[in-house]
Design a protein around this ligand. Sequence first.
Ligand SMILES: Nc1ncnc2c1ncn2[C@@H]1O[C@H](COP(=O)(O)OP(=O)(O)OP(=O)(O)O)[C@@H](O)[C@H]1O
Ligand SMILES: [Mg+2]
Length: 291
Amino acid sequence: MAAPEPLSPVIAVLNMKGGVGKTTISAHLMHHMFERLQKSTLLIDLDPQFNLSQTVLTRSRYEKTKEAGKTISAVMEPSQSPSIFQITTNFDPPPKDAEISTKLKYFTHSPDINLAILPGDFGLTKYSLIEDQASLQPIRRRFLQFIAETRTQRDLICIDCNPSSSFLTVCALLACTHVLIPVRPDRYSILGLQLLDQFISELPLLISKPKMIIVLNGSRRSDSEMSTESTLRGDGRFGPLVLANHMPFSNLMAANDGYVGFATDKKVSHVSAIKTRLTKVTDELKGHLGW
Ligand SMILES: Nc1ncnc2c1ncn2[C@@H]1O[C@H](COP(=O)(O)OP(=O)(O)OP(=O)(O)O)[C@@H](O)[C@H]1O
Ligand SMILES: [Mg+2]
């Protein structure tokens, strides 16, 4: 009998440090990976700030999607609760990916291979306000059930996480197979990594530990950045986890209020340079995902 197909990888893009490029990597690297490898991909915006959704959806498209109840909130709870301090305990199964995700791109020769987003929702903030964390268990279960079902339909799931260690971070860690950690080459970066490493290794619910992958992001190759990078690469614990290729600082990837969409779709001549960088990181990451 043939061995069953291995389940698709789930990447949590995570770092408890803010502003290191989690959302940038989730949007632009995953988009490039989708186009290059033609893998059906679901992006999940698990950050209540929903920056990923704002990066790839126009405001009006996001508003319509939210009105239709097609955001991550629909996965967490069956319907919006009347109060921000209340949750709806209901054991109905979560909705299906195809019912609630928003398609961003697809291949005309094979529309099933698409890149979609499950948009974020400011309403997720309430999970950090609820004191009785045990009451959130059914929500976590629903989220994990959604991920388990989606893994049978998609080639890849990528979860953009919020920077704090919260209920949502634990949900992402329990769901993922890989943790992709963007790191800015500054002197606090190793400290942030140690904290995350400890959090992952001591999280009691986490039976099978996800594989950690570190990607250096936003470097301008200054002397001090190069020195931090070599310290990180020389670190006994973290050095071997750092991808050989880095994502440089690029104006094309920098958030810009006037632009909604992916960096590499911009019609400018220097887009090829950033595509080359993204290709190198994609090809390296591909090996880690077992593709
Ligand atoms: N490689 C890059 N080149 C240029 N700008 C970048 C790059 N990576 C990130 N940025 C910019 O840095 C800022 C922070 O990036 P981003 O929002 O991706 O970080 P984050 O880790 O998701 O932040 P948060 O912790 O708030 O969720 C944004 O303005 C983004 O456009
Ligand atoms: Mg972010």
